[in-house]
Design a protein around this ligand. Structure first.
Ligand SMILES: [Zn+2]
Length: 124
């Protein structure tokens, strides 16, 4: 639920997916009170609004990506994959997000030379 500009609380339809290696998020809502209708989407992991991410995480849970590989290598690669900094996480988990975000980050890291078996995806 988010607050419309008119003050009404409205249900947001939000989701994300991966299509042809591209991470896609979308959201839409319609306010019954004032008639405002909003639809938005985006095609990269860094542009997702917090509201949209929160709505997806509420439904699917929050996921973390752990790696068995060296931390220095992972940190180096993840800074190449993501524009935003992801340094607030624990030692073990180096990326946290929606399930599709974690999948996408994992696939990018594999493309950069990591091995699939180096990773563990875990619902937090
Ligand atoms: Zn409204």
């Amino acid at each position: 639920m988010v607050k419309c500009t008119c003050g009404n609380m409205i249900h947001v339809n939000a989701g994300d997916s991966i299509r042809d290696d591209t991470y896609i998020w979308y959201m839409s809502y319609h306010c019954d009170k004032c008639g405002e209708s909003i639809e938005a989407d985006g095609y990269d992991i860094d542009s997702i609004p917090d509201d949209v991410k929160t709505a997806i995480v509420k439904r699917e849970g929050e996921w973390g990506l752990k790696s068995l590989a060296g931390k220095v290598k992972i940190k180096f690669l993840i800074n190449k994959v993501l524009q935003c900094k992801n340094t607030d996480f624990s030692e073990e988990i180096f990326f946290v997000g929606t399930q599709n975000q974690v999948k996408w980050v994992k696939s990018r890291l594999i493309k950069k030379g990591m091995v699939e078996n180096d990773f563990v995806m875990e619902k937090l």
